[in-house]
Design a protein around this ligand. Structure first.
Ligand code: EPU
Length: 433
């Protein structure tokens, strides 16, 4: 088992290149099932969630050729209507639910194991199902599988109002609607950058999707989508995590290969904490020299402050001057990292969706355990600014979504290394988010 060993207190200096967006890749890869012909997808991040998605695609019969570390060619000609996304793979990753939308669009029928138990709390898929039903599918959950079948020859366009601005439901409904008969309108759609990226990818294959990036998306069904080449956008949350890292550790780093517009919600908050930022066309520089100030955070759908950045910025606030209040309004179990931060001396009280952080001058290194992807990132952020040595276990969670985080941080002067350990206290669990 691997753990990360971090000696805190080194300011960071240099540049970090950001990889492709994990959550965009997890939507675009299953979307290739709709193309007649090969899809070449570039800027794929080398993270385990993406590897699992590629395995799922192989498992249902797609041919996946890895051209280099970040480029794959997918030909889904061999995928059959009766292909089933099996439990063992689907349970490993929630995004396996995109196979339902993709199979429904292509074959009018889908059988996908119910996405796995997840450690961010209750995350239903009722809005996905409501969308599929509105498009004319019967959906049933039987023996652990979601069975979806078009009632007619194919799905038909419809008006769908989402009760919550769900990223997954928005993407899944777009997938199902893209080859349906007529016009589909999604109201109260999610506006996250990866929703836009997936729509741009589908449009580049011949789809007719308008309004992605707003809360009203219109999809006019097309009969046929062709293959092509597409490069995935940079990862907003990976970039935000390194911005939080330098805010915690101090120093100055330039983060390359980003879309600064996507980072505004994070940049604004880090400036409130006392970091200075400078924006360029495809880069952002973040500097932190003085002490950190308190700030309040409320997570919201894009363009609000992302839930996927709440743990990392909260970690910075544990050593800010004053008391900060965090309101987590998207996920209902995203404070599990707090107990680990407390081992490092942090003073945090959690009550339901609210956390109150009383800043202290310094955290001290401790053995801690990552319990999900962003919780793990938060522990690294805290460890970089802490005094002494922190050992982070459960790093497989972190490697689900961060490409070479150890190498990237070492390049900017962090004292971090991965080492094998037999420590029985570092028990791994296999939950994914
Ligand atoms: N929700 C429902 N019903 C649904 C779907 C969602 O009530 O049918 C609720 C959820 O319970 C949650 C809220 O709506 O309270 C938002 O969930 P959403 O569907 O937007 O989340 P998701 O699509 O399952 C994606 C990301 C998450 C990220 C959230 C929020 C992927 C693969 N995952 O999840 O990413 O936290 O959006 O932005 O895109 C991560 O990368 O660490 C991660 C967990």
């Amino acid at each position: 088992m691997t753990q990360y060993v971090i000696n805190g207190g080194n300011p960071l200096h240099g540049t970090i290149n950001i990889s492709g967006a994990k959550n965009a890749a997890l939507a675009i890869l299953p979307a290739t099932l709709l193309a007649e012909g090969e899809c070449r997808i570039e800027n794929i991040p080398q993270v385990t969630d993406v590897a699992v998605m590629l395995d799922i695609l192989r498992g249902v019969g797609a041919s996946v050729t890895q051209l280099d570390d970040h480029t794959v060619v997918i030909d889904s000609g061999g995928v059959r209507a009766e292909s089933v996304a099996p439990y063992e793979q689907a349970r490993r990753m929630r995004a396996s639910y995109y196979l339902i939308g993709a199979f429904l669009a292509r074959f009018g029928a889908a059988q996908v194991a119910m996405p796995g138990g997840c450690n961010l709390g209750v995350r239903p898929i009722d809005q996905h199902i409501k969308g599929f039903e509105a498009l004319g599918a019967d959906v049933q959950v039987k023996a652990g599988f979601v069975h979806a079948n078009a009632r007619g020859e194919c799905l038909s366009g419809s008006n769908i109002y989402l009760d919550v601005q769900s990223v997954g439901a928005t993407i899944n409904i777009i997938l199902a609607a893209v080859m349906a008969d007529g016009l589909t309108v999604i109201e109260n759609a999610a506006r996250e950058p990866h929703v836009v990226d997936m729509a741009n990818f589908l449009n580049s294959m011949g789809a007719n999707i308008k309004g992605a990036g707003t809360d009203l998306i219109k999809i006019r069904g097309t009969k046929r989508l062709t293959g092509g080449s597409y490069a995935i956008i940079p990862d907003q949350i990976e970039a935000g995590t390194y911005m939080a890292a330098v805010t915690s550790a101090g120093g100055e780093i330039t983060i390359n290969n980003v879309i600064p517009k996507h980072l505004e919600c994070i940049t604004a908050k880090l400036e409130e904490l006392g970091a200075e930022t400078e924006e360029f066309d495809e880069a952002v520089t973040v500097r932190r020299t003085g002490s950190l100030r308190k700030a309040n955070i409320k997570t919201l759908p894009y363009p609000g402050f992302p839930t996927d950045m709440q743990p990392q910025v909260s970690a910075c606030l544990t050593f800010a001057e004053g008391t900060s209040m965090i309101t987590e309004s998207i996920s209902d179990n995203r404070y599990r990292y707090v107990d680990e931060l407390k081992r490092m001396g942090a003073r945090v009280q959690v009550d339901g969706k609210v956390a109150v952080i009383e800043g202290i001058r310094r955290l001290s290194g401790a053995p801690v355990q990552a319990c999900d992807l962003r919780a793990g990132a938060a522990l690294i952020v805290a460890a970089l600014g802490a005094q002494g040595t922190t050992k982070v276990g459960g790093v497989f969670h972190i490697e689900r979504g961060y490409e070479d985080i150890v190498g990237k941080l070492r390049n900017v002067g962090a004292d971090i290394r991965a080492e094998d350990t037999n420590d029985p206290n570092l028990l791994a669990n296999t939950q994914t988010g």
